[in-house]
Design a protein around this ligand. Sequence first.
Ligand code: GLN
Length: 472
Amino acid sequence: MRTAIEISTAVNAGTSARIAVESSLAAAEGDTLNAIIRVHRARALAAADRVDARVKAGERLPLAGVPVIVKDNILVEGIPATCCSKILTGFTAPYTATAVARLEAAGAVVVAQANMDEFAMGSSNETSVLGPVKNPKDPTRIPGGSSGGSAASVAAGIAPLALGSDTGGSIRQPASLCGCVGLKPSYGAVSRYGLIAFGSSLDQIGPFASTVADTRLALQIMAGPDTAFDATSNPVAPVLPDLAADPVAGLKGARIGVCRAHRDGLSEGVKARLDAAEAKLRAAGAEIVEVAVPHEKYCVAVYYVVATGEASSNLARFDGVRYGHRAADPKDLHDLYARSRAEGFGPEVQRRILLGTYVLSSGYYDAYYKKAQQVRRLLCQDFASAFASCDAILGPASPVSAFKTGEKFNDPLQMYLSDVFTIAANLAGIPAISVPFGADTNGMPVGLQLQAPMGADGRLLHLAAGLEALGR
Ligand code: GLN
């Protein structure tokens, strides 16, 4: 699969958009990883023809004819959106998410939808009602989650671009485990309109791609205010300068923060890759500075209060009345609610709703939700002081590379620790990216994470391009 930039360059020069779209459709139809859950052949070919007509009429489109795969929790008008949950079976999106609408307006073509953990809750893509996704590098292993289908699709070359959502790491962790680039933009950089909400103060839509340059292009198209539809979208778009021709040269003089705490619990291979990155960055002229984010150690605990609290509220709307699955022959309204939800939601989603309802209940609110928000504020202060002495913080995206399917499925606490390095960025709202940086001792891909201050998505991408070049 060619990159998004290569495809759009060719299409803008007169090559039919059908060529890239047909090849992506064929790859999606031939998917053996269970990464793809629905292919939209007729819709995609019609869109490709519209792109060709626009180019013929003289328009130049930044994503002309670029195939894109969309996670099943992001709405595209007229096609299903189910969050890979039984409760949304049969639901068709009534409108298109702003992020998707902007990609399509720029010439991108939605070819298929990607598998995911149910309601984006999971780190291995094993909670999907449509079954687990296989890692393209080793089908006995998980691709990461919750955007496992999106990451696997890009890593397997089904499409050059995919969209995911990241509430606690769901873009960066699967990108790291599959060997592609995954970006969680600053909170508010990309509109959440049309993203089915999980934890609204944490959720962001972001791109997967095979290169940092494609990632930057996708963000540039999607980002920017959406005042009519998302009150939390940032009123100013991030400034995303073109990447330098020599991204390694741009690392000279950059101050890269590293945390001692980021070395705990890593696999040998991940640790070795982190050491290698540090050494290569130094050799490229970057200054490595020791920084501390002391409250990061509470992140997993804080996240499972904040995210579950918000999820219990957001998922209250799925009650068998307005959306999706409805229990048969209810005795009364309460029975309809209780059975529709018990039948429609899988065990992990039910666990989160119960936890979230508990932490928000009166009498416990101050002890859990309020306390978690206070720790969250302290975490933001930690980042503010860390970023006073560095431009970005380098660390692992995941403590380990892709594990075996089934290995952690029955141990939720072990599973929750998969996101120990990614959650902080969601709690603080800062941008963070996972960039491929070689392989673990078992041969599976390793991604390293860079985190930057709120709004510094452009600077983050420049440094990520440097890191990407060093990792090749
Ligand atoms: N793995 C985390 C969870 O299970 C993060 C999920 C996400 O970012 N959507 O909640």
